[in-house]
Design a protein around this ligand. Structure first.
Ligand code: GN1
Ligand code: MG
Length: 356
């Protein structure tokens, strides 16, 4: 954190504490996040990444639109929006950077969770988010990142990165290129779903560490990281949960040869979506959910590999090969998910009977 930022922040948000303290916080890959203690009060400060989010005003516009449609009482958890600064704005420009301040929400975040009950609660929370806005006209939301989950465009970006790689194409990188190349059958499916499914208000970054749980993990206190709320398919939100919950090792694990699908957690997730959204969405939407697990794992792996080929220009990395390793990890998870298609179908039939 640059010198002087804290003083500027104190003025911008009228924080009248004598001693502010600040420390790095969380494990997000895009913004830089800090926890700020100001006397009795506690905040989250974010150094906003405006290289990734090029239209910050669209984020505020989308949030405003949703708040007009939404009564916080309808959700059993918080959707924390930024605190307004002394000029009434949600973004503050300080020394060339864009910053936001959020109220600190008590609780814990996890990069992985321990058991199926927690998976179920997480899924119910994300499904309730979709449910609360189900009648809203999703297409009135603006894209905060254009083509964010557009698998076709992500393959194009991958193809262009491999034409002009910024890194040496060693054996592993070449192997990963061919592994991801061979998954274009999932792109076919994507294009078909795109023709037939409705766009909904979706969160689009439902990785498990974007929920704040109570200390004992028995309830969800808040759903965070609201920048990517846009029009999307429900299978995106189910899918990113599968990717980050129903796996035996999280996306940063280097032990990819051991990655398996955790079917108990998978079942907890699917049941959560069926319970909350089962009678509310089209049958085809419900049937598309398992595809989301495969598609979101594929798109993330593809984006990690693309960023590796581009020389790590997008995601924060702790070491140079981390994006390649993340791509190896996601490729293994995708394999495992495809291997479970049969079991997942059986699960679906059981749940369908339960809700009808
Ligand atoms: C990023 O910021 P964070 O870590 O919640 C990314 C997601 C990826 C995720 C992979 C705006 O999310 O799309 O799923 O990393 N967000 C953006 O861990 O690119
Ligand atoms: Mg996050």
């Amino acid at each position: 954190m640059k010198e002087g930022i804290l003083d500027a922040l104190k003025a911008a948000y009228r924080l009248n504490a004598e001693n502010l303290s600040i420390e790095r916080f969380g494990s997000g890959h895009i913004h830089k996040t800090y926890r700020v203690l100001a006397g009795q009060n506690s905040y989250i400060l974010q150094e906003f990444n405006d290289q990734v989010f090029r239209f910050p005003e669209r984020i505020s516009g989308n949030h405003q639109l949703l708040m007009d449609h939404f009564d916080p009482e309808d959700l059993p958890f918080a959707l924390p929006l930024p605190v307004a600064n002394r000029d009434g704005a949600f973004f503050t420009r300080l020394d060339g950077g864009l910053y936001r301040l959020f109220p600190f929400i008590k609780g814990v975040t996890r990069d992985a969770i321990a058991e199926a009950g927690q998976a179920n609660r997480a899924a119910e929370a994300f499904a309730r988010f979709v449910l609360v806005f189900l009648q809203a006209d999703a297409e009135r939301l603006q894209d905060t990142i254009i083509d964010f989950h557009n698998l076709e465009k992500r393959f194009e970006q991958f193809d262009s990165a491999r034409r002009t790689p910024q890194v040496r194409l060693d054996r592993t990188t070449k192997k990963m290129i061919s592994v991801y190349d061979s998954r274009r059958d999932l792109l076919e499916k994507y294009l078909n779903y795109k023709k037939e499914l409705p766009l909904r208000v979706t969160h689009n970054d439902t990785k498990i560490n974007n929920l704040i749980f109570s200390e004992n993990m028995d309830r969800v206190n808040a759903l965070i990281d609201l920048d990517t709320i846009m029009a999307g398919f429900v299978f995106y939100d189910f899918g990113d949960l599968v990717r980050t919950v129903a796996c035996t090792h999280d996306e940063s694990s280097l032990d990819w040869d051991s990655i398996q699908v955790d079917m108990d957690k998978y079942s907890g997730l699917l049941e959560g979506f069926y319970t909350v959204l089962g009678g509310q969405m089209h049958a085809r939407e419900l049937a598309s959910l398992p595809y989301g697990g495969e598609m979101m794992t594929l798109i993330m792996g593809l984006r990690f590999l693309t960023d590796h080929l581009n020389g790590n220009v997008y995601y924060q990395v702790h070491y140079p090969l981390q994006n390649l390793h993340r791509a190896q990890n996601q490729a293994a998870l995708l394999d495992a998910l495809i291997g479970k298609r049969g079991e997942i179908q059986v699960l679906e039939s059981k749940l369908k009977q339960k809700i009808t």
